[in-house]
Each structure stands twice: as C-alpha cells, then as structure tokens.
Design a protein around this ligand. Structure first.
Ligand SMILES: Nc1nc2c(c(=O)[nH]1)N[C@H]1C(S)=C(S)[C@@H](COP(=O)(O)OP(=O)(O)OC[C@H]3O[C@@H](n4cnc5c(=O)[nH]c(N)nc54)[C@H](O)[C@@H]3O)O[C@H]1N2
Ligand SMILES: Nc1nc2c(c(=O)[nH]1)N[C@H]1C(S)=C(S)[C@@H](COP(=O)(O)OP(=O)(O)OC[C@H]3O[C@@H](n4cnc5c(=O)[nH]c(N)nc54)[C@H](O)[C@@H]3O)O[C@H]1N2
Ligand SMILES: [Mo]
Length: 774
C-alpha cells in the first residue's frame, strides 16, 4: 500500500509517496503555482552514501585527549574516525561541555552554530543547541546572518528597524498595481524565491512579476547577470560592474538635486541630516560632484542613460528594489543606505508602489502578503551569557582570542574559544576564505558536529553525532513569510543509528542535569502539538482568525495563517511623522548621522557614500574578473548537492563558471572546458559556461559544491569560498563580504578527462576512513 506523507522543506511543501519503507516519489503541494524542482531531490536523504550512520570520534583527538596534550592534531581528515556507541558519544560530548565550562567559563563554548538545518521548527538544531546550553550556563553566540548583516545593521540605525529588509517593505501586490518605473538593483529571481526559511506553501513571486509585466511597468534591471530577472519581464538590462551600485544611486540622486527636483517637503518633514547628504552630492564636502558622468566612470554604464533616468524617477511612481546580495559585500551598508537616500530625494517613500524595498525574491515570501500570526518556534530559553560575535567573524574570533572588535557602534572582545559545537550548519560551505578558516579551525580543543551528512565540516570534527533528516521524524514547518503551517510527518525510519536532533539534545541536557527543564515533560509529538496550539491561540486571540484544531491540521497536512496583503511601508509615518516617530536618533529617516559622525569609522561614514571596495574591477590589474558567488538554482546551499536538480546545473561533474564570451576568448577558454580559478587566497576548478548574459569582467560561480581537495590542495568541485574575501563589511556592520572578490581564470592544465577522473576518484574518498564501519 502506498502511503501519502505530507512534508515540507525550505524549498516548499510536498507529499512523499512511500511503500514498504521506500520512497517512490514526491508530489508538489496542490496549492503551489510554482513548485521547486528541489522537492524531488529529498529522496537522496534516504541513500546511505553520504550519511553519517553512527557516532564517530576522530582517532587523533581521542589519543591527544587521553594523554592530555593541548594540541589535538590537525583536523585534515587524515587520522581517521572510530565508531563509538551512542552512550559513549553522549558521555564524551557532555563531559567536554562540562569540562570547558568549568575550566574556562561558558563563553569558551562557541555555539553560534549558524545554518539553515531543516525546515522543522521542533527539531531546529541551532535553536535546540542554544536551549540546552542556556540551561548549562550559556555560550558564545552570533548576531545577524550570512544572508543579511550589513543591511539590517544600517537599517536599524537609519530607519529604526530592520523589518524593511525582512519582508515588511511594500508588498509586491502594491508594486504591481501602482509602480510605473521599477528599478531593480540585483535580482528578483524565481531561482532564489524557491526557498524560504522554515518552509513555504505556495510560491507567489512569479504571479506578481506576471502582473507587473502585464501592466507594462518600465523595468530597469541593474545587475551583472541578465537572468537575475525573468526575460519575459522585458526589462532594460544595465550590466553594472559589481559592487558599484552605490555610485549609480548617488549619481541619480545628484542629478535630481542638481536639477532642483528633489522633494524638499519630504526631506524636511521625514528625514534628518539631509543637508549633509546633499552637500556631499553637490561635491561641497569632497570636491566631486556626484553626477551621471561620475557614476558612469565607476559603474561602466552610459552617462546618457543615467542622466535620462533621473527625472523619470521623480515624474512617475517609482519603486527601487535592492537584493540582499548587494549588502553581502565590502561597504555593504552603503547600497541599502544610498538606496534609501535616493528614495528620500525622490520623495515617494510611504506611497503605494513607491520608495524602496529590500530582498524581493531573495526568499520566496519577501514581498508576499505578510503573516500576522505567530510562526511556531522552539523557545531558546533565557540567554545565560551575552558573549557573541557578528556571525561572519568566526575565523577572526578563533585566530585572535581577546582581540577587540566593533559592532553596531560598540567595542567588544573576542572570547577564547576552547569548544565549538555546530549543529545544522556547514561553515566549510558557507564561510569565506576557507583556507583561512582551516587555519582557525585547528585552534579549539574540541569540535563537535551534529549533521546527517559527512559534510566538509563533519569531516573536520572531533566528535560527529549523526542526526536524522526531517523525513525520518515528525515536525512542523512555518515561517513569518508563509501563508501556511505545514505538517512534516515521518516518512521512513532513521538511517543507521541516526537520531533526531531533539532526542540528541534531550539526552545531553539530561546528562548535564537539565533534562526536565529542557523537555518540559513533552516528547516530539507533544512539542509539535504545543507549538501549533500556541500559533492557533495567538491567531484567534489577536486577529479573531480560526485555525483548524491540531488533529484536523495534522490530518490535512496544512493550516492557513492570518495574512495581510497590500502593505505600504511607512505610510503612517509619511502622513504624520510627528505622530509616528521612528526609533532613530532623530525620530526620522537618518540621511546624515550624528552617531556615525561621532564614531568616525573610515569605512562607514556619517552619510551614504561611495568608497572603493577592497577588490573591484576599477581596482584590479585588468586581467582579473569579479567573482559573484550567488545562490545555486538546483539546491539549497550545500544541501542535496547530489540531487537531480543540483546535478542538472553541473557539467563534467563540477559546478559551472559563467563567463562572458569576450572574457573567455581573451583567455583561450572554450565552453565546457575545465578551468582553474585562483587568487592569493586559494584555487578551485570549474567547468566553463560561456554566456552573453554575464556582464564583461564578471565570473559567476554558485555556492554549495562540497569542498573536495585535489592533490595540490585546490578544490576540485567548484566551491567559490576558497577564493572569497573574509573581511567585515565595515567596522559598523561586520557583515559577510562574499561578493567582493577578484579572481583569475585560465584553462586547466592537463586534459579534461584526467581532471574529471581525478575528481571522481576524489569523490570516492570523500568519506573519512572508518566512516563505513558497520
Ligand atoms: N561565497 C558565498 N558564500 C555564502 C553566500 C554567498 O552568497 N556567497 N551566502 C551565504 C548565505 S546567505 C547563507 S544563508 C549561508 C548558508 O550556509 P548554511 O546554512 O550553513 O548551508 P547549508 O548547506 O544549508 O547547511 C545546513 C547544514 O545542515 C544540515 N542539516 C540539514 N538538515 C538537518 C537536520 O535536520 N539536523 C541537523 N543537525 N543538520 C541538518 C545539512 O546537512 C547541512 O550540512 O551561506 C553563505 N555563504
Ligand atoms: N535555489 C536557492 N534559493 C535560495 C538559496 C539557495 O541556496 N538556493 N539560498 C537562500 C538564501 S539563504 C538567501 S540569503 C537568499 C539570497 O538571496 P540574494 O542575495 O538575492 O541571492 P544571490 O543569488 O546571492 O544574489 C542575487 C544576484 O545579485 C547579483 N549581484 C551580486 N552582487 C551584485 C552587485 O554588486 N550589484 C548588483 N546590481 N547585483 C549584484 C548577482 O547577479 C546575483 O545573481 O537566497 C535564498 N534562496
Ligand atoms: Mo542566506
């Protein structure tokens, strides 16, 4: 008999068809107009090939621990792993946590543990890890995300909130109804909109984009990659040099100001420090007028087109959108602040279909109607220590214990980390400059990784705890940007000896003496019911919205949430700024900041400003290409990398590097050829894909290939993070700066077949010695 199991992942809801414990296939959620092909990859989880099947401990670490040596050996996967029984693994893990907390204090335990894990809210591994450690005295955590850090930090300061970057700017229905001129900086792409943190029921982005196309809205698309917008939108492509959007925004603003068309009324009622910003645009502060010619020199775009667009932004209802990608860069605060500055000068903030919004399409729910409900989330418990780092400063922290760092205007110090516990994330996928991370990773005494997969991170751990995947347990999915809560029912038995994240942390909490406080007397189904009922009660109490009973929900597989469409961001503030002050230094939108003036950071001045990034095409030697490492179409980050949707975008067994025809010709590179990418930080291989949709000087390699070292240490799978730059966006935001990166590219020496064969034999060796112990 075929069983139909409702389930959900970050890339959408679906039904798993199971017979005799085998997955026969996956059907998309009936209510989804644009299901993600990645749903068909989930059957990969049921294959044991890359799964951690039992608890493992690294032999070199165990030996060093027994002799009490401080040096626990290189974590290079050379010394092999030994399988150990669960009880021993849990005893060892709990003992290490207790030892480090006792000898070095809880701040010596790093449990920032950033990562997307699976969509389930009960088994959410990073949350459960924090919940357990809060009971055990605390840990060093992290602030912000790899997705957005520079952006929210600057928005909190200049808008008083980062909600505009999390799906609370104008909803796209209002853009479809009101916007005449849409200027897209970066992407609004169904590629990234497949995903939503915590799952999504229906993917609506394309529906809104179709409405925008039907209305005949003029769309200007500013991006190094033409297919960052669907071609049927008929957009004008402005192939900008990466990381120079701020110059375009300032040039447009400068043109508007020079023509005297700026909205003086809006600037005086709704902003503070505008004079400071206008002086800069006029060149009064630095002798450089910010006009179309100036912007053209920096961006590589024609001055004429820039000059012509400026008045249109004022004369028509215009909406600016900025992708999250733009703030994942050096000076990543500036594109968000400069776009806000330009929108304030245009003066349409707070009008339907006007102003500026952030992150449309970066995730599936951004721009969709807003979920007014409470999305289910396991409680982390009370924070027992305030030690933290900005999320992407992990290598800095491990390499520089005790060193000072700044964040959001304050000075802090890096803790001295002795133990790292990572559950539900893959830093050897997500972090920049992986060779630097490798050096930093050798520092802690103990590293524990809890993951279903032998990821590059698991292979570099001391204790590996095998978590089951979401299809092997019960859970529920939900997000503040999804219109449904979805049941995630168990489809198959856990592989090998893997256990659910809840079971693992419950067992550890019990060993540490906090079992009852951790589980509060609930088991898996008890928690699922509890979290659902909390959301249901909240919807009824706060919005008079009836959600089905838990049993109806579990039976049907999904439940609707209260939603609000047609949201215009800052409408009330625009109408009466005095009655709706923003929680900023002035109560208004900050265009000239007293706080930043006082802080005096060179890389984040007191008004939106153009500064040369550390690496960009205007600063290279002409032979380098700017590397954009964007999100992969056929998978989520490094997850399900061997699934069909992921493999469809590979060639020759590795990731494809997209290059413009001229750049390929200049290097003697042919389509389909293996190429070597390198800079001073590292090297990797990829397969060349020549495409006129890539701007000149730009190379595009998606993230997420499993880091696999070849003989010379270069990655042979195509992982861009061996090349990317590991610096903070600025002293203020300290965000990830992955998109600021120059590389060189050349045909790979040696014939292609050798390279492919080498790659395949490496893959066979991807699992550490001992991993297959029965
Ligand atoms: N160069 C470059 N780098 C980037 C980016 C970029 O644009 N360019 N983008 C960055 C961004 S925005 C992000 S969000 C990060 C993403 O970085 P991550 O979130 O770390 O990437 P994932 O591959 O999703 O890692 C999730 C891990 O959780 C594991 N996992 C899945 N389900 C479960 C479970 O149920 N339990 C447990 N314990 N583990 C589970 C998976 O096997 C996987 O190892 O990457 C960042 N890195
Ligand atoms: N299929 C799939 N979807 C995903 C993810 C995934 O792994 N797979 N990851 C999810 C996550 S965690 C996140 S945070 C979001 C990220 O969402 P985004 O940040 O929006 O996505 P990216 O793909 O990193 O970048 C989008 C585009 O920005 C453009 N871009 C980069 N730098 C610049 C620049 O300097 N100027 C301009 N004008 N354009 C630039 C690039 O051409 C790139 O294709 O995606 C989410 N969606
Ligand atoms: Mo992200």
């Amino acid at each position: 008999m075929i069983r139909r199991i409702p389930h959900c992942s970050h890339w959408g809801a679906y039904t798993i068809l199971v017979e005799d414990g085998r997955i026969l296939g996956v059907e998309p959620f009936a209510g989804d107009p644009a299901p993600s092909p990645v749903i068909h990859s989930v059957a990969e989880w049921a294959k044991p090939d890359r799964r951690v099947l039992r608890p493992m401990v690294r032999r070199g670490w165990l030996a060093a621990r027994e002799t009490g040596a401080a040096d626990r050996g290189a974590r290079d996967g050379q010394d092999g792993f030994a399988a150990i029984p669960w009880d021993e693994a849990l005893d060892l893990t709990a003992a290490e946590i207790a030892r480090v907390a006792r000898d070095h204090g809880n701040a010596a335990i790093f449990a920032g543990s950033y990562g997307w894990t699976s969509a389930g809210r009960v088994h959410h591994a990073p949350t459960l890890l924090k919940r357990m450690l809060n009971l055990a005295g605390g840990f060093t955590g992290h602030a912000d995300t790899y997705s957005t850090a520079a952006g929210p930090v600057i928005l909190r300061h200049v808008l008083g909130s980062d909600e505009a970057c999390n799906g609370m700017s104008n909803t796209l229905d209002t853009v479809a109804d009101h916007t005449d001129t849409l200027v897209v900086f970066g992407a609004i792409s169904p590629r990234t909109a497949q995903s939503e943190a915590g799952g999504i029921g229906a993917h609506h982005l394309e529906t809104y984009l179709r409405r925008i196309a039907e209305r005949g809205t003029r769309v200007i698309h500013v991006s190094p990659l033409r297919d960052d917008l669907p071609d049927w939108l008929g957009a004008e492509w402005w192939p900008i040099r990466p990381n120079t959007d701020v110059a375009l925004m300032l040039g447009l603003a400068g043109e508007i100001v020079a023509a005297g068309r700026h909205d003086r009324d809006f600037l005086s009622r709704c902003t503070s420090g505008a004079e400071r910003f206008l002086d800069y645009l006029r060149g009064d502060t630095d002798g450089q007028v910010k006009d179309a010619e100036w912007a053209a020199r920096i961006t590589g775009l024609p001055a004429q087109a820039i000059r012509a667009l400026a008045p249109v932004l004022v004369q028509t209802r215009s909406q600016l959108t900025v992708s999250w990608a733009l703030q994942r860069a050096h000076h990543g605060e500036q594109p968000f602040w400069a776009a806000l500055g330009l929108a304030a000068i245009i003066g349409q903030i707070g009008l339907p279909g006007g102003g500026v919004g952030f992150g449309y399409g970066s995730l599936g729910g951004v721009g969709s109607p807003i979920n007014l409900g409470r999305s289910p989330m396991m409680p982390k418990g009370t924070r027992a220590s305030n030690s933290f780092i900005p999320v992407a400063r992990i290598s800095d922290m491990l390499l520089n214990p005790g060193a000072p760092f700044t964040y959001e205007g304050r000075e802090h110090r890096y803790p001295d980390i002795r133990l790292v516990y990572w559950a539900g994330g893959n830093p050897f996928h997500h972090h920049q400059d992986l060779n630097r991370l490798t050096r930093a990773w050798a520092r802690p005494e103990t590293i524990i990784v809890q993951d279903p997969m032998w990821t590059a991170t698991a292979r570099r751990a001391d204790i590996v705890l095998p978590a089951s995947t979401s299809i092997e347990r019960n859970d529920l999915a939900g997000s503040k940007r999804s219109d449904v809560i979805v049941a995630m029912a168990k489809a198959i038995e856990p592989l090998g000896q893997s256990r659910s994240d809840f079971a693992i942390f419950d067992a550890l909490a019990t060993r540490l003496g906090h079992g009852p406080a951790f589980n509060e007397g609930r088991d898996e189904m008890g928690w699922i019911r509890h979290l659902y009922d909390e959301s249901r009660d909240y919807a009824a109490r706060t919005h008079g919205f009836e959600m089905p009973s838990f049993d109806q929900f579990w039976d049907r597989g999904h439940a609707p949430c209260p939603m609000r469409a047609e949201h215009t961001h800052l409408a009330a503030f625009r109408a009466a700024p005095g009655d709706h002050p923003l929680p900023t230094e002035s109560g208004r939108i900050v265009l000239g900041s007293r706080t930043l003036a006082r802080l005096g950071y060179e890389d984040c001045p007191d008004h939106p400003a153009w500064m040369d990034p550390a690496e960009w095409l205007g600063g290279g030697d002409g032979d380098e290409l700017h590397l954009i490492s964007h999100q992969p179409r056929g998978r989520l980050h490094s997850q399900l990398e061997t699934g069909a949707a992921s493999l469809a975008d590979r060639r020759g067994g590795r990731e494809q590097l997209r290059l413009n025809p001229e750049d390929a010709a200049a290097r003697g590179i042919q389509d389909g050829q293996t190429v070597r990418l390198w800079n001073a930080r590292g090297a990797c291989l990829a397969t060349a894909r020549i495409s006129p949709d890539t701007a000149p000087g730009v190379a595009v390699l998606p993230t997420g290939a499993w880091l696999t070292r070849g003989q010379d240490g270069a990655d042979i799978a195509g992982n861009p993070n061996v090349l990317t730059l590991d610096i903070g966006s600025s002293a203020f935001g300290q965000g990830c700066a992955a998109h600021t990166c120059l590389i060189r590219v050349a045909p790979h020496a040696g014939d292609n077949r050798d390279a492919i064969r080498a790659y395949q034999s490496q893959l066979a060796e991807i699992l550490p010695e001992g991993a297959r112990t029965p």
